[in-house]
Design a protein around this ligand. Sequence first.
Ligand code: ADP
Length: 410
Amino acid sequence: MDEKKDSQGTRPGAQEKAADEARLKERISRIGKKILVLSGKGGVGKSTVAANLALSLAAAGKKVGLLDVDIHGPSIPVIMGLVGTRLDAVEGGIVPAKVGANLKVMSIGFLLQGEDDAVIWRGPLKYNAIKQFISEVEWGEIDYLIVDSPPGTGDEPLSVAQLLGEAQGAVIVTTPQRLAISDVRRCISFCRKLALPVIGVIENMSGFVCPFCGKRIDIFKSGGGEEMAGSMGVAFLGRVPIDVDIVEAGDAGTPYVEAFSESPAAQSFAGIVEGILRQVGDSEGNQSVASSRKGETTVKLAIPLADGSLSMHFGHAQEFALVEVDREKSEVLSMVTLSAPPHEPGLLPRYLHENGANVIIASGMGQRAQGLFSENGIEVVTGVAAGSPEEIAQQYLSGSLAAGDNICDH
Ligand code: ADP
């Protein structure tokens, strides 16, 4: 009675709304797994985690979108070195910024003129902005969308969760102090009310690893996040220590996990990413060894050693056994032992590649490191429990090498 209807009997605006909803649904249907990164409050490293999670997934060969809808503090453009990026628009919508071959980035920061712009926005405007960031952005077909959500448990993260529909879940970032725990509890209750699965909790800024002696100092205490995760019945994904390079890399727009891949914090990230992949059912921990390197007769295995047998983490290996095997004749052709190279970002995969290795056998390895090995043409077999290099080579040849879960000791 109060509003006129068009020829189909629908109210003007209702059609537009339906088209909007349809567009949103269509966009979302092309996104594989959606992961929200949440925190009880700002400044705990939520954006740092979101950015490094996206980078790690992209490095592992996944097609990834990173969406920053942290309206009041969009820091992704800075962390990713994308400040001043101008975005193109095509028929399908806004084209996100690209970082490398696999990562598309969209941030509310690209569209704000000044830092304080969004602060004055009222609720509906914020909701619509968040909505457009999903429905008007040309994400294309992607395996993962990582969403850096606004902190807290207010209307903004609620909008994000509702707009995304069914998501794989939320990763909650906290710091170790007991004071932060009540924020995380609220975050978990928030997810439960929304039926949003909690993938797990990350304790960031958890201790400081001395770059000189490697000793760990728990500046803000440690373990609060883990204790709380246990008591709330959610998974604990791991601790990331304080690392001054994270701040510097973040301020300089250098992707931290790439530039400092061998650092304790990057190794923690790698373990965390693996835990997340496992939780969302995308773990490649169980590999079929028999199918590896089809068509190649001679293969050189690299086996990380500590005290003469398989090291529980390749990053801590003292030596590497390089075992050349003939897969057709099922024979070990040669074996040499090399000392491990110095700990420098990206050096180990290159070093092993230069020494002719094409398969590395490890008990545990983070996703990021696996990506670096595959970039160097080295296949990774993880989850191997123990053994001398000779035993492992024989098991590899006989097809009885037990590659189980990736046992990452970080
Ligand atoms: P949030 O998104 O929760 O507000 P940010 O990711 O922007 O937090 O991080 C806040 C600040 O803390 C940034 O300067 C960032 O570089 C720094 N930071 C985050 N994690 C760490 C860490 N593990 N070690 C050192 N600095 C960190």
